[in-house]
Design a protein around this ligand. Structure first.
Ligand code: GLN
Ligand code: ZN
Length: 758
């Protein structure tokens, strides 16, 4: 019989009870025993749910107290030396120390889990001798069995993926490191086998990236070692997020099952399986339900896909499963009471996906009328949204169709615009500016909440915002900045703010997903055609401009960032969604220009995040991302100065694309990229206006004038002084008022020194 499975389930709970428990524990409101009990309740609840929904292979050990990569490191005793730890079980205080830092030791680095918005803790291998501290998968397996009688499927991060995601060792030591880790992995697996475990899922998502010959050899060694050590344990080698790169090598590994992604990796994996077949002695974990998207599947389509797979793999050798862990989607749509019914009936969060998987699994072995009816009924529920007006806006679709055929570009090339802009703006050498937001004090946040709850009238709220703008315009003038901003006091979040004002967006009440640690985000949903409704930023910007003689920069979030930080519809290509957003934003840009705002910044911090995992798809993505930015900004006059801003990531390998965006000025976060960015500018001679952030805004520390002078001098060694701007790394909304003022004063002083020397 075909079996059903999921690769992992969200930890946070329908009401974010996991997050709340963690934070209560950290703040001392929960003692350690109660905390363990609370997390166990959450964990067991999830297992019960998976069981009740008819999932056959129920994952255990996917649950975590923070992050599963950190768990793996800690299980192997990989604790950086700066934390007080000797050997044996790793105490919670050390575990959370690595994740969050202590007063004596900095936290480990955190970075994005492949191309998702989940962040894991990067294991640091330097100077540690690994040793098994606890068989965590075994503990999880026993718990499920003893408490609920559930035969769990332990989930473990595979050795190759673990090593590839770790740092603190030289790549030439990979083999040596494997020799240290493999005995520990083997011991874990042996104990599982002795316990009577039937299946383990070993996650090796690195198999969807490009691997070298050496890597493939290591892979062979790893799984050969396991096969020899635990011949009776069934290993399901699991991949996800894309198609595998080396299909024929992977299917010959000595494991009992292979899990492939037939959603994001659909075309590649299907092609491989059709060309090469699938080994008759192995089980195929067919990831056909999207673990990352929030939409219901067309079950009819999925059934056809399963039929194609069944031509290659007998139904009893098939597992119907999610394409990846359900960690990346919210828990349930059940409690969403504010969504339009057409939208709600098209959404599938984790729990709804369990139902889809269970039903499709049944359909693999029986096409009984009841099952086919259920599938038909599920597909019917998708129609109202598909046929809705919001998804079928002829005006938007025509505009975008026309834009796709054009090459959006400014009326003059940068060199000429630059002269015209210099004449108009008469800015000094090294103009100073900020990235947009100023501190969102408790008062600002509280006032916004009162207004949202209608406890404050629109007039009162507007007046409050204007007072903030007044105060900060005055502060900026007094500090001596050249290009001012209004401060973004009216905005909670740079995506949500625009999503609430554009057509085509919806907001859930409980649609949270884990971003890192206890931090959860609730991305907006782009469900329809995106369209401009009315101006979004003009009032505040115009107001700010009326209070000063200096230029005030308008402030928008760019199309790619809005898209990458939202859940987006999957019935049209992302490229088209980006153009719809770009077209809507263009109308805002034009409205700002009409209102005499002659400098407009369109932020694109998240461009990098959308980069496909497959190298051969990256150029295409970058091309349309750049095009979307240009669509939103190209129609202004040559004297209107377009700015953009990027942060969070390293951009050193995409400078050509950044240049192609053709913004008159870009401000880029520099301090966290450790000079790599400057180095690549050296090789590249960037020809447009540029501000490299001269101080890190992620800490309350006030940078000294000397520090910033060093940064400025270093940048000026490679960049044209006439094109150089001076600004902080990013927006200042999380900083305090006093430290912000002091830092900016120092920045202006450092600028003055630089001006005297050039
Ligand atoms: N303009 C935004 C701000 O200043 C930019 C934020 C960002 O880059 N993440 O907050
Ligand atoms: Zn930023």
């Amino acid at each position: 019989m075909t079996k059903s499975s999921v690769l992992g389930y969200p930890r946070i709970g329908a009401d974010r009870e996991w997050k709340k428990a963690l934070e209560a524990f950290w703040s001392g409101k929960l003692d350690e025993d109660t905390f363990h009990t609370r997390l166990q309740e959450i964990r067991l609840n999830h297992l019960r749910k998976l069981h009740d929904q008819g999932i056959d292979l129920i994952p255990v050990n996917d649950f975590s107290y923070y992050d599963h990569i950190l768990d793996t490191a800690v299980m192997f005793g990989i604790v950086p030396k700066r934390f007080t730890y000797d050997s044996g079980a790793v105490p919670l205080s050390v575990y959370y120390g690595i994740a969050r830092g202590t007063k004596d030791a900095a936290a480990s680095e955190m970075t994005k889990w492949f191309n998702t918005n989940y962040h894991y803790i990067v294991p640091e291998l330097n100077d540690v001798t690994p040793a098994l501290t606890e068989n965590k998968p075994l503990v999880a397996y026993r718990e499920a069995k003893e408490k609920l009688g559930i035969e769990g499927k332990p989930v473990i991060v595979g050795p190759l993926t673990f090593l590839k995601l770790s740092k603190g060792y030289d790549k030439s030591e990979t083999e040596a490191w494997l020799e240290r880790l493999l005995p520990l992995y083997t011991q874990v697996l042996q104990e599982l086998a002795e316990e009577g475990v039937q299946w383990v899922q070993i996650d090796e998502p690195v198999l969807v990236t490009q691997l070298s010959k050496d890597d493939l050899q290591l892979l062979q060694n790893i799984y050969k070692t396991f096969a020899d050590a635990v011949p009776n344990l069934n290993i399901l080698l699991q991949t996800y997020f894309e198609s595998v790169e080396n299909y024929s090598d992977i299917i010959t590994l000595p494991v009992q099952g292979i899990g492939l992604d037939f959603v994001q990796g659909l075309s590649g994996n299907l092609q491989s399986i059709k060309t090469n077949g699938f080994p008759a002695d192995k089980i195929l974990g067919a990831g056909i339900i999207d673990g990352r998207g929030i939409w219901k599947a067309s079950l009819q389509e999925k059934l056809s896909l399963l039929d194609v797979l069944i031509e290659q793999v007998a139904p009893e050798r098939l597992i119907v499963q999610s394409s990846c862990s359900l960690l990346h989607v919210p828990v349930t749509t059940e409690r969403e009471s504010n969504l339009d019914p057409a939208l709600k009936s098209s959404l599938a969060f984790a729990d709804e996906k369990l139902k889809e998987i269970a039903l499709l699994t049944k359909a693999c072995t029986s096409r009984h009328a009841d099952i086919l009816n259920a599938i038909d009924k599920a597909d019917q529920a998708l129609l109202p949204l598909k046929q809705s007006q919001e998804r079928n806006r002829i005006d938007v679709q025509q505009a975008v169709a026309a834009l796709r055929l054009q090459e959006p570009s400014r009326s003059l090339p940068f060199a000429k615009r630059h002269i015209a802009q210099q004449e108009k703006w008469k800015l000094p050498l090294f103009p100073t500016t900020t990235i947009g937001s100023f501190p969102q004090s408790a008062e600002v946040r509280k006032t916004r909440q009162l207004w949202r709850k209608s406890e404050l009238s629109n007039e009162q709220y507007t007046q409050f915002i204007q007072e903030q703008i007044d105060a900060w315009i005055q502060i900026q003038e007094e500090i001596g900045l050249d290009v001012l901003v209004h401060g973004e006091f009216e905005r909670t979040d740079m995506v949500e703010f625009f999503g609430e004002k554009l057509a085509g967006f919806a907001f859930t009440q409980y649609g949270w997903v884990q971003s890192y640690g206890s931090r959860c985000v609730k991305p907006p949903i782009i469900f329809g055609d995106v369209a401009f409704v009315q101006t979004m930023t003009v009032e505040e910007t115009k107001y700010a401009q009326s209070k000063t003689q200096r230029p005030v920069k308008g402030m928008l979030t760019g199309p790619i960032t809005i898209m990458n930080w939202s859940f987006v519809r999957d019935d049209i290509p992302r490229e088209h969604i980006a153009y719809q957003l770009a077209y809507a934003l263009r109308q805002e840009v034009e409205a700002l220009e009409q209102a005499d705002i002659g400098m407009i910044q369109v932020d694109e911090p998240a461009v990098r995040e959308g980069l496909p995992l497959k190298q051969n798809e990256q150029a295409d993505y970058l091309a349309w991302a750049v095009k979307a930015f240009r669509i939103s900004t190209c129609t202004v006059q040559e004297t209107t100065q377009i700015h953009t801003h990027m942060c969070y990531c390293e951009f050193h390998d995409m400078i050509d694309s950044i240049e192609a965006m053709d913004a008159d000025v870009i401000s880029i976060e520099t301090s966290r990229s450790h000079g790599e960015l400057i180095h690549s500018f050296e090789l590249n001679t960037y020809k447009l206006g540029i501000g490299l952030g001269v101080y890190d805004i992620h800490s309350p520390r006030i940078p000294s004038v000397e520090e910033m002078t060093t940064m400025i001098e270093r940048a000026l060694r490679v960049l044209d002084p006439k094109l150089f701007w001076i600004n902080p790394d990013c927006g200042l909304k999380t900083r305090g008022r006093e430290e912000t003022i002091a830092s900016l004063r120092n920045m202006v002083e450092a600028t003055q020194i630089a001006r005297e020397q050039h």
